[in-house]
Structures are given as structure tokens and as C-alpha cells.
Write a protein that binds this ligand. Structure first.
Ligand code: DHK
Length: 152
């Protein structure tokens, strides 16, 4: 990093339908909204001296664009690809092309759900995966990103 440049943030990228958290299947995903999760992530990151860039999109190609953007602009990526986890070769390829750590995160535990959620096409190319702890999954993933990149 050039002298005087601000430290790079961790990108926290969220995929389809996560904008509906709070009302969407709360028995599975919890009652926290995505804004609640964002606030919890930002509070944890601020206490650790880490910058975050927290985003959500329903569009697969936008996630690909953001992963490409992360190459130069982020120190690590926390990614909840939501349903694209189970379908997207494009996300697999975009992650594989990144030189920084990507941490897969899920609110629920997909392995304990329907069989079509048991396959993650991104699992082979991420640094690691954290699932099943609700919004705590995100906090654990940010903490992993901090430790992996020596930040904060
Ligand atoms: C979120 C989704 O929207 C699902 O499609 C995934 C993931 C699981 C989660 O638990 O955060 O299967």
C-alpha cells in the first residue's frame, strides 16, 4: 500500500433475497434485517479498527463485478452468495481469479436443509466457510478476515 493511502476495507457482499431478511422465513434466517446485520458488522469492525464496505444485490453479474472490483480495492471479501452459492459457476470463477481471501458465510446451515443446498459451487475456491450461526456467522467471518490479513 502506498504511504498515506487509507487501509483497504473488507468487502461484505450479499446476494439475492437477503434484502428481505427480517420478514423472510424468520424461523430459518432469524428476525434481524440486513440493516441490523450491517450495523452489527460495522460495530464489530470499528472496534477492531477495520473498514467495511457492505453491499447487497439480487443480480448475479453485479456480484461478479464486485468480486472483480475487490482485487484492487479490498483486503478480503466476506460473501453470502445466498442461492447463487448452489448454482453459480460465474461466482466460482470470479473467486478463483482473486488473490485475496474470500470467506463464504451463511446465516443458516445449508447442510442441514434441502439436498439442493448441500452443494456449494464456491466452497472449493474460498478460504473457508462459516454457516449456521445467524448474524454471528458474519461477525466470525469478519474476524477471520481481520486475522488473515493482519488488520486492526
Ligand atoms: C441464504 C439463502 O438465501 C439461501 O439460498 C442459501 C443462505 C442459504 C443463508 O443461510 O444465509 O441456501
Amino acid at each position: 500500500m502506498p504511504a498515506g493511502a487509507p487501509p483497504k476495507p473488507v468487502f461484505v457482499l450479499n446476494g439475492p433475497n437477503l434484502n428481505l431478511l427480517g420478514t423472510r422465513e424468520p424461523d430459518i434466517y432469524g428476525s434481524a434485517t440486513l440493516d441490523d446485520i450491517r450495523a452489527a458488522c460495522e460495530a464489530h469492525a470499528a472496534a477492531a479498527g477495520l473498514a467495511l464496505d457492505f453491499r447487497q444485490t439480487n443480480i448475479e453479474g453485479v456480484l461478479v463485478d464486485w468480486l472483480q472490483e475487490a482485487r484492487d480495492k479490498a483486503r478480503a471479501v466476506v460473501l453470502n452468495a445466498a442461492a447463487y452459492t448452489h448454482t453459480s459457476v460465474a461466482l466460482h470463477d470470479a473467486i478463483k481469479a482473486l488473490p485475496i481471501p474470500v470467506i463464504e458465510v451463511h446465516l443458516s446451515n445449508p447442510a442441514a436443509r434441502e439436498p439442493f443446498r448441500h452443494v456449494s459451487l464456491i466452497a472449493p475456491v474460498v478460504k473457508g466457510s462459516i454457516s449456521g450461526f445467524g448474524q454471528t456467522s458474519y461477525i466470525l467471518a469478519i474476524e477471520a478476515a481481520r486475522r488473515l490479513t493482519g488488520a486492526g
